[in-house]
Design a protein. Structure first.
Length: 207
């Protein structure tokens, strides 16, 4: 699939049709996106990356360019715009396994690769903090973890990173938590996709 082509994936056309059938103010209100009436397009951020969705051309690009965003992000944005609802976040943090169908889905090849964070930072909490702040994390002051930051993957999809430093008895560990409403905005494989992109962004830090 060329990077200049519309997203045409078997089974995903229905999401474009859903987006086209929704009212623009309903989409903006449920996703937190900004609607550009003149250009008939929506603008949204994913971890600080500005993304533009244009329903008429079925393109999902970086802001003000014709460069199509990476495949996993395209799928996540597409399903987010199709599925998002006008509901409040619950404020309850849960593991991916605690989401509906999560216990069966998030294992084996579908496990979130949190171990890559451990391997990348090797007990260096200062670097973990620097990486979190570099990609827009908000520090959580009260937490059982040594490092805890919240991130907005999409305006309605937060994720919380908890990082525990290892010691002589226990190795370092990482937990990623989602708001209990995450499945109201993304398919379960979309949750896995955005989690993988989050891990990729965090571990790419080279400060």
């Amino acid at each position: 699939m060329a990077d200049t082509e519309p997203l045409k994936v078997q089974g995903y056309d229905k999401f474009w049709e859903t987006i086209l059938s929704r009212k623009n103010d309903d989409i903006a209100g449920s996703t937190g996106a900004v609607y550009d009436k003149e250009g008939n397009r929506f603008y949204i951020k994913f971890l600080g990356t500005n993304v533009c969705l244009t329903p008429s051309t079925r393109l999902i690009t970086e802001n003000h360019t014709e460069k199509v965003v990476e495949y996993d992000l395209r799928i996540a944005v597409l399903t987010y715009f199709a599925l998002s609802k006008r509901i409040n976040l619950s404020g309850e943090w849960v593991t991916p396994q605690q989401l509906p169908s999560g216990a069966m889905f998030f294992r084996g090849v579908h496990s979130i690769p949190a171990e890559k964070i451990i391997d990348r930072f090797v007990n260096d909490t200062k670097s973990v903090i620097a990486a979190c702040e570099a990609i827009g994390g908000a520090k959580v002051e009260v937490s059982p973890a040594d490092v805890c930051y919240d991130f907005m993957l999409f305006p309605r999809v937060p994720v919380r990173l908890q990082y525990w430093r290892g010691d002589e008895e226990l190795p370092p560990s990482v937990t990623l938590l989602f708001d209990r409403t995450a499945n109201e905005f993304l398919l379960i494989d979309g949750i896995l996709g955005v989690a993988k992109m989050f891990v990729k962004r965090l571990t790419a830090f080279n400060g």
